[in-house]
Write a protein of this length. Structure first.
Length: 303
């Protein structure tokens, strides 16, 4: 019943947001004794949410099973209005979401700026060294044909190309507007697909789009021999994994578990978990998370 209520509240809040209403005006706080965990609607975010949930439960903290909500434009208002208490996020992207004028790009600078930009009632756990950055990606054939190594190399060809990515990338400050501002890159067309998902991968592989927004820890890059272009103008800032949680739920034992996870997580291990989750046998994300936690001796294992 509790889970159904949460789902209903999220649907109502997001419907209001889509209709011009204010989802923050009618939030429903979660159970004071239970942590409700949300995530983005892509594999890595859902995987990190499972890691948080299993580790907290192992430490004796009551948690609800994670709920995949959607893009940051959906899940962050849910965190603010009390519909969820904890989300895994990425430092640079969240900073840009909260402050479109932010200029920090290095990991420590981004984390410090994010702490200052965070709305009242929310706190950060320690940032992880693990990083998953947005990237402008092309096929190997396109990179070889046009001699592309960086986004700057791509810029002269942008008016001839169609770009693909999630709908939010078209308007985010470090998305299409940032590429135009920092590289003078104006694409012929934008195809709204998904955020680093199978639609974007398929469109790039089939040449339905010639450049796309994917993520640096996506196994599809290596699997398809895609080429992420270097970003010399630092359009994309540091994107370290960081837990964001409601201050009212940030008990010392909760923060200790989250900080231990952040200290143990590396970019290489995050990629390895993504590869495992995308493997031919498609293991449950909870199983992948439980295996990693046991290997790192954060829990005793079990899902």
């Amino acid at each position: 019943m509790r889970k159904q209520l949460l789902a209903g509240l999220l649907v109502v809040a997001f419907a209001l947001a889509g209709c011009g209403g204010d989802p923050l005006a009618g939030g429903a706080d979660t159970d004071p004794d239970v942590i409700a965990i949300g995530s983005g609607n892509f594999t890595e975010s859902q995987l990190l949410a499972e890691v948080y949930a299993l580790a907290l439960r192992d430490a004796g903290v009551q948690v609800e099973n994670p709920v995949a909500i959607g893009s940051r434009e959906a899940y962050f208002p849910a965190l603010q209005d009390g519909s969820v208490d904890l989300i895994p996020d990425y430092s640079g992207a969240l900073l840009t979401y909260l402050d479109q004028e932010a200029t920090a790009v290095e990991p420590d600078d981004v984390y410090t700026a994010l702490q200052a930009a965070l709305p009242p009632g929310l706190v950060l756990g320690e940032r992880s060294e693990a990083e998953n950055k947005d990237a402008v990606v092309v096929t190997r054939a396109t990179a070889d044909r046009l001699g592309l190594r960086t986004i700057a190399d791509l810029a002269p060809y942008c008016p001839e190309l169609t770009f693909g990515g999630g709908p939010e990338f078209q308007t985010r400050p470090d998305g299409i507007p940032g590429l135009a501002r920092n590289y003078g890159c104006a694409f012929a067309d934008y195809r709204s697909l998904d955020s680093g998902g199978v639609l974007t991968v398929a469109a790039l592989g089939s040449d339905a789009v010639q450049a796309a927004n994917l993520f640096t820890t996506d196994p599809a890059l290596e699997q398809n021999d895609f080429v992420p272009l270097a970003d010399p103008a630092e359009n994309f800032s540091a994107q370290n994994v960081v837990p964001v949680l409601a201050e009212r739920k940030a008990a010392p034992e909760v923060r200790a578990v989250l900080d231990r996870i952040s200290a143990a997580l590396s970019t290489e291990e995050l990629l390895a978990m993504n590869v495992e989750a995308a493997g031919p046998d498609k293991p449950a994300l909870r199983t992948v998370a439980a295996d990693w936690l046991e290997r790192k001796q954060i829990t005793g294992g079990g899902a």
